[in-house]
Design a protein around this ligand. Structure first.
Ligand code: BGP
Length: 469
């Protein structure tokens, strides 16, 4: 069993994490800049300076056998305050960069929103404000018309990470915790924003395909024999995954999904969310027209029954064992014996990727094509000595095990058409800064010099033969 000749192999990136140049060419501020400044931990500048070094990175992609890349457009480069008059320098930049992709035989998969809402709109209520949804749709329509060279569009990257980290764990701006009402309202609003953009894309008759990218953490009961753990897993799955899968892939919220959502809200004495019935028609229409879904998969979760108050500690330093996650009305995360953890406390479970793909095939029959739009391993790494190649065997082992699950899924009739490693090159991590490196290419952030890691050489063999070495 091998990958087909037309399978997409690529590296994944995101504008704010890769570009740097946050103030260049009249770019507007995004929600992260004031937030990171208040925290005083990391500077998003220079990231890996993709804004200036994209020719080099795209050539490296080509030279190492990749045929595609995930890139996002920074909304605030096109519309510095989210709406109004487009900024020509930003528009020109993306045209040039996309042309460079073509020159290198690289197909760009372009995300419209990768966690980087313009600050002005964030201040005005972010995804909770219906007016911002309209501004996002206007920005998307502008891009569809302007960037006709693009064949693959992605509406939103990981809406779950936005909503849950903005209002439940507080690790994304505005940093609010345990507000499940806002979390679920934002989840529904993100589904709606996505749906409106998909429907607009189809109505405009734009050539190409449109999809959405979900972060799917497979949630299992810590003890599969305990009813309380089974229920906790369902609740956590609803918060993280289910509202989005139902909303974008089926176009309707299942009765059980709604019941679990309301159970969490009731347990926290928080009001139910508002869903206008006509919005559900929009969700349905979009689900029927969606061309593909991207799955970002890194780790699984194991839930125990828990009835105490909410308490979360984010491990943003790589100090193993420092994270805590207990949510009132949901459950507590644990790690069963035998499950390996990363330094950032992410439990490694390759089978979780297969289980999510299988779930999508079984429960969401409208889905046409699937892509693995992110998968990879964050490690603390040092610059290789002169003439040496950085040995990231751990990353190779991780990717090999996950790619084997992708092949198993394809073998079982699941239509996976591409795999993107997170990340193409080392870059800035939202809540972990610069010491969590994922790249196939090591970046010396001082000099911005790139060094291909052992994994880049290993990955090249797969792209050449379609076989897992
Ligand atoms: C996904 C995001 C990426 C990237 C990745 C790794 O959630 O789409 O932008 O950051 O996760 O996460 P982290 O940087 O937190 O390790």
């Amino acid at each position: 069993m091998k990958f087909s000749i037309d399978f997409y192999f690529g590296g994944a990136t995101a504008a704010f994490q890769a570009e740097g140049a946050v103030k260049e060419d009249n770019k507007g501020q995004v929600l992260w800049e004031p937030f990171l400044e208040r925290q005083g931990r990391f500077d998003p500048e220079p990231a890996c300076d993709f804004y200036h070094r994209y020719p080099e990175d795209l050539k490296l992609s080509h030279d190492f056998g990749l045929n595609s890349i995930r890139i996002s457009i920074a909304w605030a480069r096109i519309f510095p305050i989210g709406a109004g008059k487009p900024e020509q320098a930003g528009v020109d930049y993306y045209h040039q960069m996309f042309a460079e992709c073509r020159k290198n035989g690289i197909e760009p998969f372009v995300t419209l929103h990768h966690f980087d809402t313009p600050e002005t709109l964030h201040q005005a209520g972010d995804w909770l404000n219906p007016d911002n949804i309209e501004k996002y749709v206007a920005y998307a329509k502008f891009c569809f018309q302007e960037f006709s060279e693009i064949n693959y569009w992605i509406t939103i990257n990981e809406p779950t990470s936005m909503a849950v980290q903005q209002y439940t764990t507080g690790t994304f701006p505005p940093g609010e915790k345990y507000n499940f009402h806002k979390t679920f309202q934002a989840e529904h609003n993100l589904n709606l924003a996505h749906a409106r953009v998909v429907n607009a894309f189809k109505e405009m008759g734009i050539a190409g395909q449109i999809g959405v990218v979900h972060a799917l953490q497979t949630v299992y009961p810590f003890d599969p024999a305990k009813d309380g753990d089974i229920h906790a897993a369902k609740l956590q799955d609803t918060l993280d995954n289910r509202v989005f899968l139902d909303g974008t892939l089926a176009g309707e919220y299942g009765t059980e999904t709604l019941a679990l959502m309301n159970e969490i809200l009731a347990a926290n004495q928080q009001a139910e969310i508002t869903i206008n019935p006509s919005e559900m028609d929009e969700l349905k229409q979009a689900a029927q027209q969606l061309d593909f879904v991207g799955v970002n998969y890194y780790f699984s979760k194991y839930m125990k029954e828990y009835h105490g108050i909410s308490e979360t500690v984010h491990n943003g330093t790589g100090q193993k064992g420092s994270s805590i996650s207990r949510l009132q009305g949901i459950g507590e995360s644990g790690v069963p014996d035998g499950i390996e953890m990363t330094d950032w406390d992410w439990p490694i479970n390759p089978q979780g990727l297969y289980d999510q793909l299988e779930r999508i095939k079984t429960n969401y029959p409208l889905v046409k094509d699937l892509y693995i739009t992110e998968n990879g391993l964050g490690l603390k790494e040092e610059k290789p000595a002169a003439g040496k190649i950085l040995d990231d065997q751990k990353r190779i082992d991780y990717i090999r095990l996950h790619l084997a699950e992708v092949l198993r899924a394809i073998n079982d009739g699941i239509n996976v058409k591409g795999y993107f490693v997170w990340s193409l090159q080392d870059m800035f991590s939202w809540t972990n800064g610069y010491n969590k490196r994922y790249g196939l290419f090591f970046v010396d952030f001082e000099t911005q010099q790139r060094y291909p890691k052992k994994s880049a050489h290993w990955f090249k063999k797969i792209t050449e033969t379609g076989e897992l070495p």
